[in-house]
Design a protein around this ligand. Structure first.
Ligand code: ADP
Ligand code: NA
Length: 324
């Protein structure tokens, strides 16, 4: 069976971009592949985190993973910090990564722009991510479009390592869907929807209330004509909303265009609110149940056992090949 690895940071809330671009797709893979889904808490500390909330955020994300339909009996769910091999391999890989490679990373440029101080952890983030992936002999990494560059560096470092020290790592392929891999911000459809955007109406979080969802969608930036038409270049706002409508509501883009011909944005947005609210309702209900069940920590403990077992084998191989 092919091996899958992916991770999400336990920072703030999970938005529908994370859901559509990543987590929803994890669910589709769980029956056919051997999946490892990680809560990458070590990644989250590349920017300041409140120590009182870090662990709680991780438990909440684990509950959300299960609430969207990931079955802990089919997939391995675990916390990155429960598996020491991630930090250890990251160091070995850092000594095989060039500064020139990291200097090219657009995410680092964006996240460090305008900051007075930036940690070296934010800079070496892609190397920790490479360790995450390579420790599981991963074939496929389902991610959103923003992670494409990080996947490329992971492949480059793994190929270099194998060449220098002998066959050690499986070279992973990204799984980025052709459609929905980059959900845009509702307040500015030229930027991706992102956890770090401070405007709460720039995104819809999976745990948002119906009234918040309504407000965010009704305020979403569109354009000055009123035709519901899919045209990413000239109508990025409407096209983004149509993408969400299609993926959560199931209607094809063409059917959406026909349905709202002559009706304008108001009717379209009103229906989209209903579609989003209805698709998040069961997730929110299940989330509360799971969080209150006391099962989450047990699942993560079991997940960590399996993850430690698999990752230690790859770590050992890497160390032996390097001469340790
Ligand atoms: P964020 O990028 O919002 O800070 P993460 O780094 O935790 O969140 O990303 C988790 C997953 O969600 C990654 O696979 C990432 O590529 C995906 N993702 C993030 N933002 C979007 C988006 N706007 N559209 C589609 N996928 C996204
Ligand atoms: Na990201």
């Amino acid at each position: 069976m092919k091996r899958v690895f992916s991770g999400v940071q336990p920072t703030s809330q999970i938005h529908i971009g994370n859901y559509i671009g990543a987590i929803k797709r994890f669910v589709d893979l769980q029956d056919d592949m051997d999946c490892f889904f990680c809560i990458v808490d070590l990644h989250s500390i590349t920017v300041p985190q409140d120590p009182k909330k870090l662990y709680e955020n991780s438990l909440q994300l684990a509950a959300l993973y299960m609430a969207v339909g990931l079955d802990p009996n089919k997939v391995t769910l675990f916390l990155q910090s429960h598996v020491p091999a991630h930090s250890e391999l990251a160091w070995l890989l850092q000594c095989n990564t060039y500064m020139g490679e990291l200097n090219r990373m657009t995410q680092f440029k964006e996240k460090s722009k305008g900051k007075d101080t930036v940690t070296t952890g934010l800079y070496t983030y892609p190397v920790l991510m490479a360790a995450d992936i390579l420790l599981y002999g991963t074939d496929y990494v389902p991610v959103g479009n923003d992670q494409k560059q990080h996947l490329e560096i992971c492949r480059d470092v793994a190929l270099r390592f194998n060449k220098k020290f002998g066959e050690t790592f499986v070279i992973p392929d990204p799984l980025i869907s052709k459609f929905g891999a980059r959900i845009m911000a509702l307040d500015d459809p030229t930027k991706k929807m992102s956890k770090s955007n401070e405007n709460k109406h720039s995104k819809i979080n999976l745990l948002d209330t119906p009234s918040k969802i309504k407000k965010s969608i009704m305020k979403a930036i569109t354009d000055s004509d009123s035709e519901v038409r899919y045209d990413v270049e000239n109508k990025p706002g409407v096209s983004n909303l149509m993408t969400i409508y299609n993926i959560l509501g199931g209607l094809s883009l063409e059917d959406i265009e026909n349905k709202y011909a002559g009706l304008g944005y108001g009717a379209f947005k009103k229906d989209l609110v209903e579609i989003v609210v209805l698709s998040l309702e069961p997730i929110q209900k299940k989330y509360e149940e799971i969080l209150n069940s006391g099962e989450v920590e047990k699942v993560l403990k079991k997940g960590a056992e399996k993850a430690n077992e698999v990752s230690n084998e790859f770590l050992e191989k890497a160390k032996i090949n390097m001469g340790f």
